[in-house]
Design a protein around this ligand. Structure first.
Ligand SMILES: [Zn+2]
Length: 309
């Protein structure tokens, strides 16, 4: 077994309302496609632990973590921002999502697995140091990166973000941090309208215009991401794996295909093999068209697991 699959049933209980696109069924869509494709049987399933305050405080001020704990309702729903709400299960889901990131890193850096995929929600890449935003509460990929650096002593961690939205929270946390290189593509201009104004030197941001598809995405990866990553020589590659740039996803207007997600994973895997002993940890971000989300996630996971022909 080479790939761990980290998830938790608490992540299914976080529910922001019947019409909210970031809904529990997203995780089921991935599970369904893992079964349909036969890929699921090759993954080692792990339950996500709850992240600790110490792990979260490497990314967020401890007062922010406490404020989130205090905001958690006993019943009903509280809104943290217009798009982001907590029900009585959200706190545990958010702690499991960040805890999955920690376990995903531990399983890979201990040498037990070469890669891991964390199928969790709420997502994380819009969560800033001290602000929830855009369906996100704790920045899961940032918790993963800081855990790799602080608990495992890594010096260089890459974050690959192919979600259709710019990972403004991740950028807020890591801009000018010499231990982290973030490479991203995102639709622009589009929510959250960031990523293009004078990004820090460790941010490789490639904005894509509405309507851009495989060709523009692959060009960005080949011409912007790969040279920067080769120079950085990451010891671990993390993915903010959002699948909402898919052509079937009407959250946004990019036109990626299922196969683009396998392709980009292959490119990053080749880099990981050259510099990072093949080590990759991937965390689910967006992706709201259920069938496309499931199929695209499986293309990505297949390559992580070395199951592609
Ligand atoms: Zn997104």
């Amino acid at each position: 077994m080479s790939t761990a699959f980290v998830t938790h049933s608490d992540c299914l209980k976080h529910d922001m309302g019947a019409h909210h696109p970031e809904r529990p069924e997203r995780l089921g869509a991935i599970e369904d496609q893992l079964i349909a494709s036969g890929v699921g049987q090759y993954l080692a399933r792990h339950e996500a632990p709850l992240a600790t305050d110490e792990q979260l405080a490497r990314v967020h001020p401890i007062d922010y973590v406490r404020a989130i704990r205090q905001a958690a309702p006993q019943e009903g729903t509280v809104h943290l921002d217009p798009d982001t709400a907590m029900n009585p299960h959200t706190l545990d889901a958010a702690l499991r999502a960040a805890g999955a990131a920690v376990l995903g890193v531990d399983l890979v850096l201990s040498g037990k697995f070469s890669s891991s995929f964390c199928s969790v929600r709420p997502p994380g890449h819009h969560a800033c140091r001290a602000r929830p935003m855009g369906f996100c509460i704790f920045n899961n990929v940032a918790v993963a990166a800081r855990h790799a650096i602080h608990a495992h002593g890594l010096k260089r961690v890459a974050i690959i973000d192919f979600d259709v939205h710019h990972g403004n929270g991740t950028e807020d946390i890591f801009q000018n941090d010499p231990h982290v290189l973030m490479a991203s593509t995102f639709q622009h201009p589009f929510y959250p309208y960031s990523g293009t104004e004078d990004p820090a030197p460790n941010m490789v941001n490639v904005p894509l215009a509405a309507g851009a598809g495989s060709r523009e995405f692959r060009e960005a990866v080949r011409e912007a991401w790969v040279p920067a990553l080769e120079e950085f020589r990451p010891e671990l590659i993390l993915f903010s794996a959002g699948f909402d740039a898919h052509t079937e996803d009407d959250m946004a207007m990019l036109r990626f295909s299922d196969l683009d997600y396998g392709w980009v994973t292959e490119q990053m895997k080749a880099l990981a093999e050259r510099h990072a002993k093949g080590r990759m940890v991937s965390l689910l971000e967006g992706g709201y068209a259920l069938s496309a989300l499931g199929r695209s996630a499986v293309q990505h996971i297949k390559v992580l697991a070395g199951l592609h022909a």
